[in-house]
Design a protein around this ligand. Structure first.
Ligand SMILES: [Mn+2]
Length: 362
């Protein structure tokens, strides 16, 4: 990604800081650092100070930071980053410096306030998350690719999804393909493959349980590309399924389609959640849909805003959200159907191409 994308983000952050009369920001969260300068390593501090941006890391990342870091002055040192800031006088005495309270432990905060005792520190939790809600063109490109890889991996794995196959085998194969086609370090998250009774556990961890007859099966997983996440769920029935299992599938699918149809810039996240929730409740399964309808995603798998009963957020153009209603009934099984969508001025674009039609596995 070119330097100008990062500089645009720096300027956006600076204007938010200026509104609060803050002179700079100490950024310690590695996802925020990646968002602001491109660095993907596991140890760094970024300091925005006036019109300067300093990036501090240690000797393990000399080559990597030269290659990745854009729009920041690189400092390599082996002492604690906060000491570097002090020793190199990177801050004007008395300046007001922001930090993100969600990312700084109590211990770290004590250390920072001790070393930077000449500065005023102010917690501005959530400011970078808010900035990252609306995705720019490069981010949308990366999410599109992550979703394409997810569709591709599903297409390759579905032929092996048969009665008698273990949950783990499916999860591992998906994971292998995500790392083959996408980022090699990890999937977007640990794949969920739940068969039979396990499908009724929304966040089931795959086991050696084999797919059986007359069951529901939930597969929820996604690839990561250039750090950006995809998240897709498809559910299936197996030979011998019951009328109720089929009916649950149809209710969830209609809830998903109806709520996606309600999405557009300006709509409230709560109202979109209600469309799915009301549909499921009217069908008699309200108490079996006990999670939010969806979440935003980007450099993190779960970002703000969320589609939920309590959300106060309003959708804006270029938010990228999941829509994932589900019904989970003990002993009968669960169904969840999830797509990733881009919010547009008048509606939304569904990124996933994998079919949502009711499919029976034998
Ligand atoms: Mn999700």
């Amino acid at each position: 990604m070119s330097t100008e994308y990062f500089q645009r983000r720096h300027n956006k952050l600076r204007s938010k800081l200026a509104k609060e009369n803050l002179d700079g920001m100490l950024v310690t969260n590695l996802t925020h650092i990646r968002y602001l300068c491109g660095f993907t390593g596991s140890s760094a501090t970024l300091l925005i100070s006036g019109d300067k941006v300093h990036f501090i890391t240690d000797g393990r990342y000399v080559v990597q930071s030269e290659k990745e870091v854009k729009g920041a002055n690189i400092i390599i040192d082996s002492i604690p980053h906060i000491e570097v800031i002090k020793n190199q006088n990177l801050l004007t005495p008395g300046s007001k410096i922001a930090f993100d309270g969600n990312s700084v432990s109590h211990q770290a905060y004590q250390q920072i306030s001790k070393v930077l005792s000449n500065q005023q520190l102010e917690n501005i939790t959530g400011v970078i998350e808010k900035m990252a809600m609306s995705k720019d063109s490069k981010e949308i490109e990366a999410i599109r690719t992550a979703v394409e890889i997810t569709d591709q991996a599903f297409a390759e794995v579905l032929p092996m999804v048969k009665i008698g196959v273990e949950e783990k085998v499916i999860a591992n194969q998906l994971s292998f393909l995500y790392r083959k086609y996408g980022d090699s370090d990890s999937d977007a998250f640990a794949a969920i493959v739940g068969t039979g009774p396990n499908s009724a556990k929304p966040h089931h961890t795959p086991t050696d349980r084999k797919i059986g007859q007359g069951e529901l099966l939930v597969i929820d997983s996604g690839a990561k590309f250039a750090g950006y996440h995809a998240d897709m769920t498809r559910s299936f029935a197996t030979k011998g399924f019951s009328e109720e299992q089929k009916s649950i599938y149809d209710i969830v699918l209609n809830a998903q389609i109806n709520s996606i149809n309600g999405i557009k810039a300006g709509a409230s996240c709560k109202s979109i959640d209600s469309i799915a929730r009301d549909h499921i409740t009217q069908a008699g399964y309200g108490k079996f849909f006990d999670h939010g309808l969806g979440h935003s995603l980007g450099l993190e798998i779960h970002e703000e805003p969320r589609f939920s009963k309590v959300s106060k957020d309003i959708l804006e153009e270029n938010y990228v959200m999941t829509v994932e209603p589900g019904i989970y009934v003990k002993d009968i099984g669960g169904v969840r159907i999830e797509d990733d969508i881009i919010v547009t001025k008048d509606g939304s674009e569904i990124l996933n191409k994998t079919s949502k039609e009711f499919q029976v596995i034998s």
